[in-house]
Design a protein around this ligand. Structure first.
Ligand code: SAM
Length: 222
């Protein structure tokens, strides 16, 4: 089994080779830390992955669940096609305030629509308002409620919409059917909902790095 020191060293090596220095993103993380927010943003390599995915599919409408300080949002916004927008949903005002500062510093405020409040409510409002379907969805908020968010997100999707959900491996704890951890239980119910889903083509990628062992689920709407 590869130890965490090796994966952290490898991650630093890959970041050094693949990601140019980026003062805007560095400052965004510094602002997140200075505000006392937890270090739970995607890693730089994962952020670049999200940008590449958005660019590859020419995403014009991106939906993000869980903004925190907007670190992943900045990566997603950089992947937007001309004229596109990221709609990002955040429960905590204190997080949304820091995110707005980060968007301003990154000169991307015009590309972002941050919607404050509980994602369940916000998604229902968007569904009732009949907003146009999204091209790309990044799920990264409360894992407990992933199953419900999946159903809501499907109402905001079209054939070809790509949905990516983060933190679905959780150190491999998702295989523990007896876990009492609400996030593990939520992710397990999420996978139960995905199994044999008629509208989705799916896979999952396990990830390792400085932040430990976790993974993404990727779902393409048929
Ligand atoms: N995507 C961010 C990044 O990589 O930079 C990290 C998001 S962090 C893992 C999860 C965020 O989801 C937190 O900021 C949290 O406040 C937010 N959140 C949790 N429950 C939520 C809910 N019900 N509705 C909206 N946001 C929620």
């Amino acid at each position: 089994m590869t130890d965490q020191k090796t994966t952290a060293l490898t991650e630093a090596y890959l970041e050094d080779k693949l990601l140019p220095d980026d003062p805007v993103l560095t400052a965004a993380l510094e602002r997140q830390t200075a505000a006392g927010l937890p270090p739970i943003a995607v890693s730089p390599l994962q952020g670049a992955f999200l940008q590449i995915i958005a660019q590859s599919i020419g995403a014009k409408r991106i939906l993000e669940l869980g903004t925190l300080a907007g670190y992943s949002t900045i990566w997603l916004a950089r992947g937007l096609a001309e004229g596109g927008k990221v709609v990002t949903l955040e429960l905590q005002d204190v997080n949304a305030d820091i995110a707005e500062q980060n968007f301003e510093a990154a000169a991307i405020t015009h590309l972002i629509d941050i919607k404050r409040g509980d994602a369940h409510k916000t998604l229902n409002i968007m569904i009732n308002d009949g907003v146009a379907p999204f091209d790309l969805v990044f799920m990264d908020n409360d894992k407990l409620n992933y199953p419900t968010y999946l159903e809501q997100v499907l109402h905001l999707s079209r054939p070809g919409t790509l949905i990516i959900a983060d933190n679905v491996v959780r150190d491999g704890k998702i295989t523990n059917a007896d876990s009492t951890d609400p996030s593990i239980k939520g992710v397990r119910r999420f996978f139960d909902a995905l199994k044999d889903h008629p509208r989705l083509t799916m896979t999952s990628l396990q990830t390792v790095g400085a932040k430990g062992y976790d993974g993404f689920a990727m779902m393409l709407v048929k």
